[in-house]
Design a binder for this molecule. Structure first.
Ligand SMILES: NC(=O)C1=CN([C@@H]2O[C@H](COP(=O)(O)OP(=O)(O)OC[C@H]3O[C@@H](n4cnc5c(N)ncnc54)[C@H](OP(=O)(O)O)[C@@H]3O)[C@@H](O)[C@H]2O)C=CC1
Ligand SMILES: O=C(O)[C@@H]1CCC=N1
Length: 278
């Protein structure tokens, strides 16, 4: 965890887009001590119930621009497709020294630099949805204009929702997005297809869904608690000549197994990230 204390920020954190990811990050910051009066949400489409609940906690929601103090951070969490319209709406809020953090998939540091004055410190990051329970993974890359203090501030904001991995090479970001940004969806899909496969093998659907879900979450917890490599944990399940070995002969098939399938999936997500750069 970074030394930056969220309650001592020089100005508010302005969040553009408080959807699934931005909303989860906001919860993490508030939990970690960001005073609600230092949180500003700009999201014209927020459901009334969510906007009212945030306001009741002291968060400013869609305030007029002239009442927003110089932001310490502007965090861009709208969809990459709406960025060309949405980002210029908040860019004028930035003041010299405001740190801009984007979590938009695909959108590059060059895209951000086009929308902010020269010298603005910029961070492109990609978090993931386990952020909602403080178990997120963020991969982040700084622009050349990011100081040590800016980086510590970005680490504090991203660290409020999980672990942070910094990279120096922006070219890695689309592949990181494909692995950790999108990755939770692959794991949830595993729970779905395992449940469906159990049903196809004769289990009642609700029983199959319960044991598949608990198996995926329990295995994740074991992976987390253990120092052993994933391959060893897999081998620990696999008795020679037993049931797991029979299944793994299918799943680890060189041409049609999980390996080549996942490689193709991550490659497709990586390509899509490059397309979203605009
Ligand atoms: N979900 C994920 O797992 C991850 C998402 N990301 C990135 O986070 C960003 C947000 O994704 P996610 O939270 O899933 O998407 P959401 O659609 O849930 O959130 C985006 C929010 O921004 C709102 N919005 C749309 N237009 C504007 C605007 N002009 N000004 C302000 N707010 C606006 C949306 O409203 P409305 O819904 O009405 O359009 C919505 O509330 C994306 O760029 C995505 O690439 C990164 C990593 C993981
Ligand atoms: O699907 C997407 O594009 C976003 C980025 C990573 C996870 N969700």
């Amino acid at each position: 965890m970074s030394d930056v204390v969220l309650k001592d920020l020089s100005g508010p954190v302005v969040l553009l887009g408080a959807g699934k990811m931005g909303g989860a990050m906001l919860e993490g910051w508030l939990k970690l001590g960001l005073p609600p009066h230092l949180a500003v949400v700009i999201d014209p489409h927020l459901p009334d119930s969510v906007a009212l609940a945030l306001k009741a906690r002291g968060v400013a929601v869609n305030p007029p621009a002239h009442v927003v103090a110089a932001p310490a951070v502007l965090l861009l969490a709208v969809k990459p497709q709406v960025a060309p319209d949405a980002v210029p709406q908040v860019a004028p809020l930035a003041r010299p020294g405001t740190l801009v953090v984007s979590i938009m998939a695909g959108r590059t540091l060059a895209f951000l630099a086009d929308h902010f004055p020269d010298g603005t410190p910029l961070v492109r990051a990609i978090p993931n949805t386990p952020a909602a329970i403080g178990r997120g993974v963020s991969v982040a890359v700084p622009s050349a204009t990011v100081s040590t203090a800016d980086r510590a501030l970005a680490s504090a904001l991203l660290g409020a929702i999980g672990i942070v991995e910094w990279v120096d090479d922006e070219a890695l970001m689309d592949a990181a997005t494909a692995v950790s940004g999108s990755g939770p969806a692959y794991v949830f899909l595993l729970a779905e297809v395992l449940a469906e496969a159990g049903r196809a093998a004769g289990l009642p659907a609700d029983l199959s869904a319960r044991i598949a879900r608990a198996t995926v979450s329990g295995s994740g917890a074991l992976l987390d608690a253990s120092d052993l490599p994933a391959a060893t944990l897999r081998q620990n399940v696999t008795s020679p000549g037993g049931t797991t070995a029979a299944a793994l002969a299918v799943l680890m098939h060189e041409a049609r197994g999980f390996g080549p399938l996942m490689e193709a999936a991550v490659a497709a997500a990586t390509r899509r990230g490059k397309e979203l750069a605009g």
